[in-house]
Ligand binder design. Sequence first.
Ligand code: NAD
Length: 392
Amino acid sequence: MVAQNTSQIRRRLRLGMVGGGPGGFIGAVHRIAARLDDRYELVAAALTADPSRNVSAAAELHIPRGYGDFAQMAAAEAQRADRIDAVAIVTPNHLHFAPAKAFLEAGMHVICDKPVTTTLDDAVELAKIVQRTGLLFALTHNYTGYPMVRQAREMIRDGALGNLRVIQVEYAQDWLATPVENTGQKQAAWRTDPARSGPAGALGDIGTHAFNIAAFVSGLACREVSAEVTTFVPGRRLDDHVQASLRYEKNVRGTLWASQVATGNDNHLGLRIYGDRAGLAWCQERANELVFAPLGEPPRTIARNGAGSLPVAAHASRVPAGHPEGYLEGFAQLYTDFAEQIHARLEDRPADPTALLVPGIADGVEGVRFISAVLASSQNNSAWTALPAVAS
Ligand SMILES: NC(=O)c1ccc[n+]([C@@H]2O[C@H](COP(=O)([O-])OP(=O)(O)OC[C@H]3O[C@@H](n4cnc5c(N)ncnc54)[C@H](O)[C@@H]3O)[C@@H](O)[C@H]2O)c1
């Protein structure tokens, strides 16, 4: 048998990681997500805040290039012919801006977790750096990678709901119902510390996911909020519960509830959108189903890759109907679509339009505008408050 010429085979993209050290939560998820569709190899990392641990920590994860810190990593990678194509930033919130800036300015694409920054000034500054460098930026609002979330978005764009009227979104967890931050639980410790989480607790941690999925699916911009943030657990320094009314463009009304003290909820992200012709409902804990209720007809459940499932959902699926997909695959979809964006650049061609569904820096700025408006409203007795203007 004659060996085939492999010179045209696409190489895997070289990925770096900042954060995601031993015991870290989302870094491990990013590593699985990056590899699921075999588009990346993880070759460089600064995994923890402790330079003395980082080379051995990287070696334990089979990452060949371990660096003392992210600044050293950005500078050294920029000098290499086989430099990383992109870096994943999976540190606590206060450590998103500086590494994102460093890697963009060193010429590398960035994948960053949410919320994009802890201040609106930093978010706007980062957006300017993305624009100036012309590099790609992905924000891992991972729920946008789920097939039936993309299907819901497509159905609304196709007019299946008619004119939209109401958006209800809720994100309920209970893991912060007690002061676990005082027990050494490190994910709780930084999330309840204003110096590392920023000014928002549950609002920034899960409220931004809820806000993002509502905007992604509806295609609508939120204009104003009337909100109240609350801290139920005594001694906690940041909110653990937020409830807000939202006014969207086109006279659409909404509510958003995000709570980390909602007893009995593990990870309930639910979205319902109602138009004058039909309603849609999706819930993360039943992620393979989308309920579609045309006015005057019995509601029907559309299963991922089943009857009525659209090509946009199939694009984000890996297995046939009836085999559940969920969190890891949804996360992987963002990595895979972002890989398509990067490969399109490398190959000097337009990217597949579906790959552009990955949230970007503009979504990051929107999330921080939302946080700012909710906090301002809450401090002003829940007065209606516009999302702050930002200079373009
Ligand atoms: N998209 C999602 O579904 C999702 C879920 C969880 C967390 N997140 C986001 O991911 C980020 C991390 O959250 P987490 O739960 O994984 O936190 P974590 O505490 O589990 O992990 C943070 C990691 O960052 C490392 N780190 C801290 N300072 C560092 C530095 N200076 N340089 C390099 N590494 C450093 C820590 O050692 C740790 O490994 C947060 O911004 C959070 O909001 C997103």
